[in-house]
Design a protein around this ligand. Structure first.
Ligand SMILES: Cc1ncc(COP(=O)(O)O)c(C=O)c1O
Length: 418
């Protein structure tokens, strides 16, 4: 069954993809798997293997930041650290000159520990607690992206008690469908995110009556994740641009436009050239729609910067044959990488040691967790696999370890950086 991500991508650049349908992000070198910048030594890594391990290629992360910076010109990048909050990954992104988008005080702490300054931090999220807001304000972060009227009032009241004025951006919900998986769509009325346009009149009056404590500096949007087609994004920018112009007449401090994150990647046949084309199209839309505003453009990419830079290494525990299925039972599961179980997401899975490909076997690739949703793939064709073989699950650098848990009291995965 094709999942939604694949279907949408095919619709977008079908002809181009069909003509160029080869994955160019991994290869076998001397019989061993390698990926991204091809700097890993899997021969050594598997000798020391202890448990499922995420492997991140830091130079590849840096190269993705470089590409995005080049495409988006002067836009300020605030990396959405929810995608991957590994310290070395964050350091890499910091060294590339980016800030971070955070959604909890835990993420603010992590950002500061790694060396980001408070002025490199934007705080998003629908459920900011009093403690978190107070901490963010005391730390002096760059901007709080406000997601509701009661949150705006709460921020104002905390700022008042601390005797300060806080820079805020309004996250607006334009009710636009970017045709992604429903669990990662965030820009529709049915979603909990952002503020409804019809509330603008109330928002204005709160901003005016609380002007001692809140300073409107920006508008923000984030329509969802894994966006592979940009017509909805363009529509949203048009809508917000008009509101921006209108509001700026009243709030002269309004000078930042946060376009959110969400740029998608290709999971099934990752191809960097095609992704570069998509990035260029995305940035062209941003430049076209926001030109002439004389503003600071901000962006919050997560997945696009880190997904291809990570793989999850795992070992086959059992090859379990029944009359109906052959199961490849791994030592990793939905506890370490929940995307397939949660979003029916596709991840390529391949053997670490190169194997002859003449024989292909259909496997259900599953984890050890006591849930039937704990599978990575069904009826996936692989070369014949045996107990103790190693596999890698590709494109696991985003929303992998950061969404992991210890359900069944399983150990967390290891993480290593190359
Ligand atoms: C507010 C906000 N910004 C940015 C992102 C990053 O999205 P992506 O990883 O798709 O770029 C998210 C992801 O959920 C988000 O909620």
């Amino acid at each position: 069954m094709k999942n939604r991500e694949q279907v949408l991508f095919s619709a977008y650049i079908k002809d181009f993809l069909l003509a160029n349908s080869s994955r160019n992000l991994f290869e076998y070198v001397d019989g061993y798997f390698n990926f991204a910048s091809k700097k890993c030594n899997f021969n050594e890594i598997i000798k020391k293997y202890n448990k499922p391990t995420y492997i991140y290629d830091l130079s590849f992360v840096a190269s993705r930041v470089g590409l995005m910076k080049k495409a988006l010109g002067n836009a300020k990048i605030f990396y959405a650290m929810k995608a991957n909050s590994n310290r070395q990954v964050l350091e890499t992104i910091l060294n590339c000159g980016c800030g971070v988008d955070v959604v909890s005080d835990g993420e603010i702490h992590r950002a500061l520990e790694v060396g980001f300054t408070a002025k490199q931090i934007v705080f998003s999220g629908v459920g900011k607690t009093k403690r978190e807001i107070e901490f963010a304000i005391r730390a002096g972060i760059y901007q709080i992206n406000v997601e509701s009227l009661p949150e705006l009032l709460r921020i104002s009241s905390i700022a008042n008690s601390l005797g300060v004025k806080v820079d805020v951006a309004l996250r607006l919900n334009p009710n636009i469908d970017i045709k992604t998986h429903p669990y990662i769509a965030t820009g529709l009325h049915e979603n909990k995110f952002g503020m409804e346009m019809s509330q603008l009149r109330d928002i204005r009056s709160i901003l005016i009556s609380n002007s001692q404590n809140v300073n409107l500096v920006g508008l923000s949007l984030h329509l969802g994740s894994q966006m592979l087609e940009f017509s909805g994004f363009r529509d949203a920018l048009k809508i917000l641009k008009n509101i921006f112009i209108e509001l700026r007449a009243e709030f002269p401090g309004l000078e930042r436009f946060d376009i959110g994150g969400g740029l998608g990647i290709i999971y099934d046949k990752a191809n960097l050239e095609i992704e570069s084309e998509m990035l260029n199209e995305y940035s062209k839309i941003v430049m076209q729609e926001l030109q002439g505003l004389e503003i600071e453009i901000q962006t919050e990419p997560g997945r696009w910067l880190v997904a291809h830079a990570g793989v999850l290494l795992s070992q086959v525990q059992y090859v379990k044959k029944t009359r109906y299925k052959t199961f490849l039972v791994l030592d990793t599961g939905m506890n370490h990488l929940i995307r397939p179980a949660l979003y029916q997401a596709f991840h390529e899975i391949i053997p670490v040691l190169e194997k002859p490909t003449e024989v292909r076997v259909k496997y259900d690739i599953v984890g050890p967790i006591c849930e039937s949703a704990d599978f990575f793939a069904k009826d996936r064709l692989l070369p014949e696999m045996f107990q103790d073989d190693f596999v890698v699950i590709l494109d696991a650098g985003a929303y992998g370890f950061s969404m992991a848990n210890s359900y069944n009291l399983q150990d967390m995965a290891d993480e290593i950086c190359i």
